[in-house]
Design a protein around this ligand. Sequence first.
Ligand code: SF4
Length: 218
Amino acid sequence: MTFDAISEPIAKRVTAGLAKIALALKSRAWKGAGGAGVTPTQGQALGLLREAPKGLRLSALAELLGVSAPTASDAVNSLVSKGLAAKEAGPDKRSIALKLTPAGKTLADRTDEWPDFLTRAVESLEPDEQAGFLRSLVKIVRALQENGDIPLQRMCITCRHFRPNVHDDVLNPHHCAYVDAAFGDRHLRLNCAEQEEAPAEQRSAAWERFRVPAAAPL
Ligand code: SF4
């Protein structure tokens, strides 16, 4: 077939599309960060600290940001000097927990709006297309994590509470043992506060049960 011969592999074209989205996000992040007086890394740190009301250690923040400890330390020190974050004694007294100040929380809420333009674009997809896209994204993010290309993500597919494809219900085939409820691909989470990373053997077994495409539209 003519187009089989003249087309680049699908994976390459998907990657090109993702690169265009990444470029748009980067450009918006710079604009949003500049207006807010913080760098994109500092903006990301604000977002992560907002999701951790009990605070984060510097090492944990560096891991979530995917940057070195010195880079994370620079970002935190800058946020502290701007009155957006504070260093407090951690639970074991010798550790330091990083937390947002009220001003930092307000700014974190604002910086969270940066990707809204992308959300609006995703909303142009039909509901079943959004669910399918989410499932594909989960698989891509998992592969990046397994290959060590991104830090650990708090997602269902690697969670010890995730029981994929255990229900005879095409709309809600999965089960979350944490809330003891069935759910579907459209509910998959990429950042769940209750996520606990499963041991390697459980992650591998869950992946084998999950990766087979759903039998019916979601
Ligand atoms: S606890 Fe959260 S991440 Fe884990 S399976 Fe339930 S919803 Fe998914």
